[in-house]
Ligand binder design. Sequence first.
Ligand SMILES: [Zn+2]
Length: 69
Amino acid sequence: MRIFTRQRHVNEEALGLHALNDLPESRRERVARHLSGCTHCRGKYREAEELIHILRVAAKRTSLGAVLN
Ligand SMILES: [Zn+2]
């Protein structure tokens, strides 16, 4: 799995997995290092976190809860 786009930013899939704390250790470090120096990706990461939060709240009301938790 690639974690960087051609523009050398973190791609959406990797940002999402990072927000879910679901990236392998080595990739997590590279993404975290990039995020610490890139406001563009930090903004997108925050959006991913918000989306995951919304999904978790919604999932509590459905059977999706078992998948996301
Ligand atoms: Zn970036």
